[in-house]
Design a protein around this ligand. Sequence first.
Ligand code: NAP
Length: 313
Amino acid sequence: MIYDVVIIGGGPAGLTAAIYAGRSQLNTKVIEKLSVGGQILLTELIENFPGTYQMNSHGWISNLKKQLAELDSVDIQEDSRVEKIEHIADIFRTHVVSLVDNSKDIFESHSVIVATGAQPKRLGVKGEEAFIGRGVSFCATCDGPFFKDKVIAVVGGGDTALEEALYLRRFAKKITIIHRRDALRATAILQEKAMKDEKIEFKFNASAVEILGKTAVEGIKVKDVKTGHEEVLACDGVFVFIGFTPDTDFLRDSLHLNEKGYVVTDEHMMTSVSGIFAGGDCRHRPLNQVVTACSDGAISAFSVAKYLEKKKI
Ligand code: NAP
C-alpha cells in the first residue's frame, strides 16, 4: 500500500495534521517514537491555549486520540523510530525500526509530514548523567512528587524553567532558580508569579559547574559568571530546563536544516524537498507553543492535500 501521507511524530503538530488529513480522507500513517502525546505530556497544565482555562495536557491528548479513533483512514504506530526517508521517483520510503523488537519496516507514501518535535537540552556538566533518576530530572510532572518538602535547584531562565518551578513549588520546601544572566527570558506574567512566590528564589549570573552527591544529588556547584567565585548550593534535586534540540538528525542529509538543526520551511510548511512538509517544534519558527504546533499541523495537512491534488494523486 502507498499511503497518501506518512506523519512522523505524534505530538500536538503530528496529531493535528493527522486529524486534518483524516478528515480529508487521506490514507494516513502516523509513526511515533514513544507513545502519542509528545513533549506536552511532560507538563501538567497549559494556561495559554485560547478558549481553555488551565487545560490539562493528558486530558487534551486523550481527546485528540478520541477524535483520531473516529477517522478510518488514519493508522497510528507507536514505539517506532524513523531512521531515514528515501525519495525514489516521487515516492517517499520511510524506514522505521521498532523499539520493541528491533524489527524493520518501510512505509511508502506520496508525501511526508515531519513533526518530530525536540528533546530537552543537557547542561553537559559532571554529575548530570550519573544522577539522572537520582535527583537530576528534565520533567517536573514526572518527578515532582518525589521531591515533597525537599530543596530543588532549577536551571534555566526561560518559560519552561519558570513554569516548571511554579509547578514544583507545590511539592518542594524551597526552589532556587539558577540563571546564567541577570535578566530572565521568560514572559512577564511568569516572571511576576515566580518573583512573588515565597518558596522561589533566584541565583542570577550563575552557571552550573557540577552536580554533586554520593548515591543521589546533594548539591550543585555554581560559578558567578562575573567574579568567577564558585559555591555549592545544597539541594536534593536538580531540574534542568535550558531549552530544546530538534529531533532532526535523521534528516541531516535529506532536508535543508538551519544551523541549529531546525527544519526550514515556507509558509505552506513545505521543506526544501517538494512533497515533504514539516511542522511543530522541529521547524524553524519564532514561537514554540501548543497553539502554533497545532497551527503548523493543520497547515501542513492542508498543504499535503493541495500537493496531492496538483499531482493528481
Ligand atoms: P528557551 O526559551 O530557549 O530558554 C532557555 C533558557 O535556558 C534561557 O534562559 C537560556 O539562557 C538558558 N540556557 C540555555 N542553555 C544554557 C546552558 N547551557 N546553561 C545554562 N542556561 C542555559 O527554552 P524554554 O524555556 O524551554 O522554551 C522553549 C520554547 O517553548 C520557547 O519558545 C518558549 O516560549 C516556549 N514555552 C512556552 C511556554 C508557555 O507559553 N506557557 C511554556 C514553556 C515553553 P539565556 O536566556 O541566557 O539564553
